[in-house]
Design a protein around this ligand. Sequence first.
Ligand code: TPP
Ligand code: MG
Length: 314
Amino acid sequence: MAFHSSSAAVAEAFYAQMALIRRTEQTFFDLYAQGLLAGTVHTSIGQEACAVGVVNALDRERDVIFSSHRAHGHFLAYCDDVDGLVAELLGRSTGVCGGVGGTQHLHVRNLYTNGVQGGIVPNAVGAALAEKLAGQGAIVVVFLGDGTMGQGTVYESMNLASLWSLPLLFVLEDNQYAQSTHKSLEHAGKLADRPLPFGIARAELEADDVFAVHAAAVQAAAHVRAEGRPFFLALHTYRLAPHSKGDDTRSEEELAIYRARDPLARLARQLPVASRAAIDAQVAARIEAAVTRALAAEPQSVAQFQERARWRPQ
Ligand SMILES: Cc1ncc(C[n+]2csc(CCOP(=O)(O)OP(=O)(O)O)c2C)c(N)n1
Ligand SMILES: [Mg+2]
């Protein structure tokens, strides 16, 4: 497929971000296999078009992002700090949160993540209220999963966001599963219809094509900013890797269907081979350097941890 120079540049930029997310998360699996990474990790392999499509539709200077346990993609699409992320997961003092937060508790500038399902959604409501009161035109985005739509606090959040007319964009990444439970076993009705009784407008689409996701997110963000009203964007996606590490009970047949729809491979096919190869090489080199630097950095010490964790009155 031929691109005009501007759209070719956009395609390459999106591909570079999606490839960085994919390869960084694959590297996390490798680091586990080598015994270098502890704890657990939730990758967004297969869901990269959601992060890249939505985050690039925002104003990174002022908008605020909240995310969940599956947030590496949102983080990298937002700030591109692969060094800070790798070091964070390796528990190094050079990590973006000094190695204290780990994979599920990331914070950089206006991005906040937390592993408690649904727990961060009311925080996003509070931030949206703060932005409304500040009146600077910033909007807030909160990413959540299909399983998280079973949490009551999500509905309390939708209610207040609508009642108070808050600039809050809900982005549902519906990958069909909560760990190993398919959504058909958890939810009655249609998830994309949930916002309607609260008077919240919504759109839904398949998230295989990053350009389609981006276009929908641009519209959604513009709606939230212009109307000062919440919006709900439901993205149908699929996670190609296990929930965390080894916990995958899905059939090979099902996985094969979605591997054939891999959004990264889809975008790769649209790029000239040479530019794709150049991006792949650059991404690989960046991650390798990040791992080398992180492994050489000082591990987070108990004393440093206590110093960082100590609450101080503002
Ligand atoms: C309150 C709470 N309950 C349970 C968990 C354990 N847990 C972590 S992720 C997850 C499934 C989340 O599913 P979904 O919202 O669809 O997000 P996905 O993992 O598919 O991205 C569960 C049950 C948790 N983190 N928080
Ligand atoms: Mg899910």
